[in-house]
Design a protein around this ligand. Structure first.
Ligand code: ADP
Ligand code: MG
Length: 687
C-alpha cells in the first residue's frame, strides 16, 4: 500500500485547478497523468529576463521586461505584412511591437494608445530600429512583479503553453508534502543537498540549480538500486536446486574448436553458482560473436547431467529456431532430448511437448516467451537461460522466478555491451561474467559509409560478391512506428534485387507467417539463396558464418548499438567481412559523427558508451517498448557520479533493516513508491 503521505501527489491530474478535458489531452501527450508527473516534469531550460527602464540597442538579443507607452499604430498595406504598435520608454526611445496575422483588432485592444503597459519579449535590432516580435507578456504595470526574472521553460505539446504549465507546476508543488528523509544523514550533510521537497521547488524556480537536480537524481538512482537489492534479497531467500553434473554429457561433446579462456572462466563461475542451494542470478555479457551459445549449452548440459530440466528463452521466433538447430547439432549423439515451443506450435505437437515437459522426458526446452506461460508445467526446471535479454526486463525476470516451486537458476545473456553504470542500474541484483575475448581467427569487419544515391555501385559490388560465392544480408530501413511500412520497404527492395539476381534473393520480415520465415532462413542458411533481404528481425543472434557482407539501408536512422548488433551478423567465419552503411542525403553533424564512429571501431563498449550519451539508456537496453521503469531525472553524468554511493547506501540500509521497518526504512519505502519501484516493496511481504 502506498504511504498516505503520497496521496495528494498521486491524485489524477484533473485534481489541479483548470485541468479539464481540453487540457488533459496535451498533458497526456507529455505523459502527465497525475499530479506527481507534473511535479517531476522538470524544466528543460530557462530565460533570464532583463528588467530595464530604458531601451538600449546593446540589449538586443536579450529578453527584456520594461514599462512602455503605446504611441502609434502602423497598419500595413499588404495583407501579409505585420501590424506594428510603436511604443515609447520614459526617455522617449521607441520600439516597434510586431504582430503578424490578419487581424489588428487584438493588438489594438491589448495595447490602447497612451496607456502604459509592462511588456516583455525578445528585443531585436531591425536596421536602426528596435522591435519585439509577439511580446510574451503585456500586463498592467502594477502586475509586473508577477513575472519572474528567471523563467523556467518546459517541454510542451500543442495546446499547452509554458505559462499554463508553470501554473500547474506551482499547484503540484503546493500539494507536495514534506517527506521523511531517506538519504543517509552523513551523505546528505557531505553533499549539502536540500530536502526532497525543497530540491523540487528549487529546480522549478531555477532550472540551472545543479545541487537540487543532483539530489533528485540521487533519489531516483537510489530507488532503483534499492529495488534491485530487494529483488536479490528475496530471490536469495528462496530455495534453489543445487546442481552438480558429473560431466558425462559435456565430455561427449565433439566441438570443432576449444573454448576460449573467457568461455572457460564463465563456465566455471556458472557451475560454481549452480552448485549452491540459493538460485543463481548471473548476467553473461559478451559482444556479438563472443560465443555465448556454447556457454549456455554447457550450463544446460550440467543441468541435465544432474537429472533436471533447462530452458532457453529467445526474444524472437527466428532466433528460437536457430538456437534449437544449433543446440541439436552441437549435442548430436548425446542422450539429450531438446524440444522447441513457440506461439506457433499448436495442436498435437504442442500437447506432446507439454506432456514431455511435465513427465520429464524433455530435457531442454528452447522457445520464445511461450515457454513460461501458465499452461507450461515442468517436471523439475532448474535452469532458465535468457538470451539477448534486452527485451526482457526486471519484471519478467521476477515472473520467471515465480514459475517453479523451487526457484530455477537464472542465466541472462546479453550481447549489448552495456556500460558499467547501466549494468549496475538495470542488473544490479545480478553477478556478472564477461566474455572479454573473441574466438581466435576473427577478422575485423571493414565498415564503409556510402550515400544512398550510390545504390547502383552497391548493387554492382553485391553482384561481384555473389559471383565470388559469397552471401549477403540486405537490411531495410527502419520506418518510424510502422511495421507495415518496414515490410513494404523490404518487399520493394527484394523485388528490385530480384530483377537482377532472380531466385538468389530471399526475404524475411516480422510480419511473415512462421513457416514462411523458417523457409526463408533455411534457404539462406543452406546457401540456396545468396542475398537475404530483411528487416531488423535479423538484428539479434542470427548466425550464418558464410554470409560476410551486410548492407544496411537508412543506417543513420538506427541506434549505434543496434547497428553494431546488425553488423555482428557478419565477421563470424574465417573470411574478410564488409559492412556497407547506406545513409540518406542530408545528414546532421551528429549523424555524421555517429556513422564515422561505426566506421572507426568494432569495439562494442565504445559504441555503447557513445549511444548512451546520445540516445539514453532506454534505447540501448531496448526497454522503451517494454515499459520498463526508466531514469527520468538522472543523466549518464549523474549515474557515473552517484551510482556508487547510492549502491553503498542501499546496501547498508538493507543490511541493517532488511524489512525496511525502521524509520529510515519506512522513508525508503516512500522513495520506492515515489519512483514507482513499488513492485519491489511487494517482495518484502512475500519474500
Ligand atoms: P554470440 O555470443 O554472439 O551468441 P555465438 O555463440 O553465436 O556468439 O558464436 C559465434 C560463432 O563463434 C559461432 O559460429 C560459434 O560456433 C563460434 N564459436 C564459439 N566459440 C568458439 C571458440 N571457442 N572458438 C571458435 N569459434 C567459436
Ligand atoms: Mg547469440
Amino acid at each position: 500500500m502506498r504511504p498516505d503521505i503520497l496521496n495528494p501527489l498521486f491524485a489524477e491530474i484533473e485534481a489541479l485547478k483548470g485541468v479539464g478535458p481540453a487540457l488533459a489531452k496535451p498533458l497526456e501527450r507529455l505523459g502527465l497523468a497525475r499530479v506527481v508527473d507534473v511535479a517531476f516534469h522538470l524544466p528543460v531550460s530557462f530565460i533570464d529576463r532583463h528588467m530595464v527602464d530604458e531601451l538600449i540597442l546593446s540589449d538586443s538579443g536579450r529578453v527584456i521586461g520594461i514599462t512602455l507607452t503605446p504611441t502609434d499604430y502602423r497598419a500595413s498595406g499588404s495583407a501579409r505584412a505585420p501590424f506594428r504598435v510603436i511604443a515609447q520608454d520614459k526617455h522617449g526611445n521607441t520600439v516597434a511591437l510586431v504582430y503578424f496575422g490578419r487581424n489588428s483588432a487584438w493588438p489594438r485592444k491589448l495595447l490602447p494608445l497612451n496607456e502604459p503597459k509592462f511588456i516583455s519579449g525578445k528585443l531585436e535590432a531591425y536596421g536602426d530600429n528596435l522591435q519585439i516580435v509577439h511580446p510574451d507578456y503585456v500586463l498592467p504595470p502594477e502586475e509586473a512583479a508577477t513575472i519572474p526574472a528567471r523563467e523556467p521553460i518546459y517541454g510542451l505539446s500543442e495546446g499547452l503553453t509554458n505559462n499554463r504549465l508553470r501554473d500547474l507546476v506551482a499547484q503540484s508543488l503546493s500539494r507536495a508534502p514534506d517527506l521523511p528523509e531517506w538519504i543517509e544523514p552523513s551523505l546528505l550533510a557531505r553533499k549539502d543537498w536540500p530536502t526532497w521537497r525543497e530540491a523540487l521547488a528549487r529546480i522549478h524556480a531555477d532550472p540551472s540549480d545543479a545541487k537540487a537536480r543532483e539530489r533528485l537524481a540521487y533519489d531516483e538512482i537510489f530507488a532503483g538500486q534499492l529495488a534491485l537489492m530487494l529483488v536479490r534479497q528475496s530471490s536469495r531467500k528462496r530455495r534453489g536446486v543445487p546442481i552438480e553434473g558429473d560431466g558425462r554429457l559435456r565430455a561427449m561433446l565433439k566441438l570443432p574448436f576449444a573454448p576460449t579462456g573467457a568461455q572457460r572462466r564463465a563456465m566455471g563461475e556458472i557451475d560454481g553458482d549452480m552448485a549452491q542451494p540459493v538460485p543463481m542470478l548471473r548476467l553473461l555479457q559478451g559482444d556479438v560473436g563472443s560465443g555465448k551459445t556454447l556457454v549456455a549449452l554447457m550450463a544446460l548440459l550440467n543441468t541435465v547431467e544432474a537429472g533436471a530440466q533447462g530452458a532457453l528463452l529467445a526474444p524472437t521466433e527466428i532466433l528460437a529456431r536457430q538456437h534449437h538447430e544449433t543446440l541439436r547439432k552441437m549435442a548430436s549423439g548425446l542422450p539429450v532430448t531438446i524440444a522447441i515451443l513457440t506461439g506457433r506450435e499448436k495442436g498435437r505437437v504442442r500437447e506432446s511437448t507439454l506432456m514431455g515437459l511435465a513427465d520429464g522426458s524433455i530435457d531442454i526446452l528452447v522457445g520464445t516467451h511461450a515457454i513460461f506461460q501458465e499452461a507450461v508445467r515442468y517436471k523439475n526446471l532448474a535452469l532458465a537461460v535468457i538470451d539477448e535479454q534486452h527485451r526482457f526486463g526486471v519484471a519478467q525476470r521476477m515472473m520467471l522466478a515465480a514459475k517453479a516451486e523451487r526457484t530455477p537458476h537464472l542465466l541472462v545473456m546479453t550481447a549489448t555491451p552495456i556500460p558499467r553504470t547501466l549494468t549496475l542500474t538495470y542488473y544490479g541484483e545480478m553477478d556478472v561474467s564477461r566474455l572479454d575475448e573473441m574466438p581466435p581467427g576473427r577478422q575485423p569487419i571493414q565498415t564503409v559509409v556510402m550515400a544512398v544515391n550510390r545504390l547502383d555501385e552497391v548493387v554492382e559490388a553485391l553482384a561481384r560478391h555473389v559471383e565470388g560465392g559469397g552471401q549477403a544480408y540486405w537490411v531495410c530501413p527502419l520506418v518510424e512506428e510502422s511495421e507495415t511500412s518496414d515490410q513494404a520497404a523490404a518487399e520493394a527492395r527484394a523485388e528490385l534485387l530480384k530483377t537482377r539476381f532472380g531466385d538468389l534473393v530471399g526475404l524475411v520480415h516480422g510480419r511473415m507467417k512462421g513457416p514462411e520465415k523458417d523457409a526463408a532462413m533455411e534457404a539462406f542458411a543452406s546457401a540456396r539463396t545468396k542475398i537475404l533481404v530483411a528487416t531488423t528481425v535479423i538484428e539479434v543472434g542470427v548466425d550464418v558464418p558464410n554470409s560476410n557482407l551486410i548492407i544496411i539501408e537508412g543506417a543513420d536512422r538506427f541506434g549505434l548499438a543496434q547497428l553494431h548488433q546488425l553488423r555482428g551478423r557478419v565477421g563470424r567465419g574465417q573470411n574478410h567481412s564488409v559492412c556497407i552503411l547506406l545513409r540518406g542525403g542530408a545528414l546532421s553533424e551528429t549523424s555524421r559523427a555517429r556513422l564515422a564512429l561505426m566506421r572507426e571501431t568494432n569495439d562494442g563498449f565504445r559504441i555503447a558508451e557513445e549511444d548512451l550519451r546520445l540516445r539514453g539508456a532506454g534505447e540501448i537496453l531496448g526497454t522503451r517498448q517494454s515499459g520498463e521503469a526508466q531514469l527520468k531525472i538522472a543523466t549518464p553524468e549523474h549515474l557515473s557520479a552517484l551510482l556508487d554511493s547510492a549502491r553503498d547506501d542501499a546496501h547498508i540500509l538493507i543490511d541493517r533493516d532488511g524489512g525496511l521497518n525502521e524509520a529510515r526504512g519506512q522513508a525508503a519505502r516512500t522513495c520506492l513508491y515515489l519512483f514507482e519501484r513499488d513492485a519491489a516493496v511487494g517482495l518484502l511481504r512475500s519474500g
